[in-house]
Structures are given as C-alpha cells and as structure tokens.
Ligand binder design. Structure first.
Ligand code: NI
Ligand code: MN
Length: 226
C-alpha cells in the first residue's frame, strides 16, 4: 500500500485504485510548505474530528476533488453546509463496506469542535480492513483501554498514531497503545507542527526500538510502500 505523508496528521493511502486522504491540514502548516495542496487528488477524505489542525483544507480540497467526505454525522453535516455535496456520515462503533474495503469507526478520547464553534460529534479512530492490508488510524486520542478491542476487529499491518504529547498520546503512551492494538509497525504523526508538540525524533525511534517496535517518521511530501 502506498502511503504519502503531508505533515501533521495529514496522509494519503492508495487502495484498489482509490486515493484516500486523511485530516487535511496543509496550507497553515509551516512545515508543509513543500506540499502543493492544489495538486492533491482524492476520492475520499476521512476526517477524525473537527479541530482546525485536521480540517483547515477540507472544504477547498473536497470542493475541488469532489471527494466523498467521511466523518462523524455532525462533522459531515457541517461539511454539507459548506457546500460539500458528497458525504458519508458515520459514528463510533459503526462500520461500512466501501468500494476499497471496510472501515470501522472506533473510540478516540479527545474533543471535537468545528472551526465555527459548532459541535463536531464524537472524535473517531478508523480501522481499515482491505485486500491491500489492514491499518488503524487512531485520530487525536489519549491512550485508552478501548484500543484492546482493535485486534478483535483486524490484524493490523501498520498503525498511524499521534506521538506529540500535550494534546494527544506522547511517545510512552503510543508504545503502550502499540501493545494494545498488537501492531509492531507504527507511523508517528501529530508532532513538531507547533511548540507544544515538538519531539526528539531520534529518542522517539530509540524508545520504540527498545520496546521491540518500529517507528516510521516519513519526510513530509514523501511516499513509502507499506
Ligand atoms: Ni484535535
Ligand atoms: Mn490535532
């Protein structure tokens, strides 16, 4: 599966010829200046929650690409009011068979207000179960025992977890999360973008390695094969 990192918690995967983008926040990310937001293509945009650092580029990208926006009922209702025509509402615990595979929504312990102050519904994590592989994107979340359910739903090939601390899990908690979800290959996101979430990348990778885990930190605007 091709995985492209656009900085912060924004990434894309390609499955069965469909391009799936997550949590678009590029234009206002000082670290993502190399990314041309106007050249990004997407068939689907999955949004974990309503905070600015996950939706800042959502409306423009969805309008231009005509991608289907998937997120909580409240979030996609908000997106609809911004003129986005193709949306798919979901909520915690629900799953749906999309054309590229099945997605199950799971608990994320966080908050979710939209940029205009309206309620964003529950923050979500997503488990993707596909012929090209299975992965979990936790969204912004604390470490939670709910993650122990993840292996019951899917054997993961990789997981995308926040590691920046302050707003979400930090490195220590993400290592425990990796044990809960029974996954040894982790892609770290939600770090370095702002002052509160700057990390020492080498130390982070060392801590994961000492726990028998692999922490991948792809360069912004680069792709890796998973
Ligand atoms: Ni957030
Ligand atoms: Mn965030």
């Amino acid at each position: 599966m091709k995985f492209t990192y656009y900085g912060h918690s924004c990434f894309a995967v390609e499955i069965k010829g469909k391009r799936i983008l997550f949590d678009p926040f590029i234009t206002y990310n000082e670290l993502a200046k190399s990314v041309d937001v106007n050249s990004i293509v997407a068939d689907y945009i999955f949004v974990s929650h309503g905070h600015d650092d996950h939706v800042a580029d959502l409306v423009n990208l969805a309008r231009r690409t005509k991608a289907t926006v998937v997120g909580s009922y409240e979030l996609v209702t908000w997106a609809g009011k911004q003129g986005i025509e193709k949306t798919h509402p979901m909520n915690t615990g629900g799953k749906w068979p999309f054309e590229f595979g099945t997605v199950k929504c799971v608990v994320a312990h966080h908050s979710s207000g939209m940029p205009d102050g309206s309620y964003g519904g529950n923050p979500l994590g997503f488990i993707f179960i596909t012929e090209a592989g299975n992965f979990y994107y936790s969204g912004d979340t604390a470490l939670t025992f709910d993650m122990e359910l993840v292996p019951r739903f899917a054997q993961l090939d990789f997981a995308v977890l926040p590691i920046g601390d302050n707003f979400t899990m930090g490195i220590e908690d993400a290592i425990i999360a990796s044990e809960f979800i029974e996954c040894k290959r982790i892609i770290g996101v939600h770090y370095d973008t702002f002052g509160y979430i700057k990390i020492d990348k080498e130390k982070a990778q060392q801590a994961f390695a000492e726990a028998g885990l692999e922490l991948l930190l792809p360069d912004i605007n680069s792709s890796i094969e998973l």
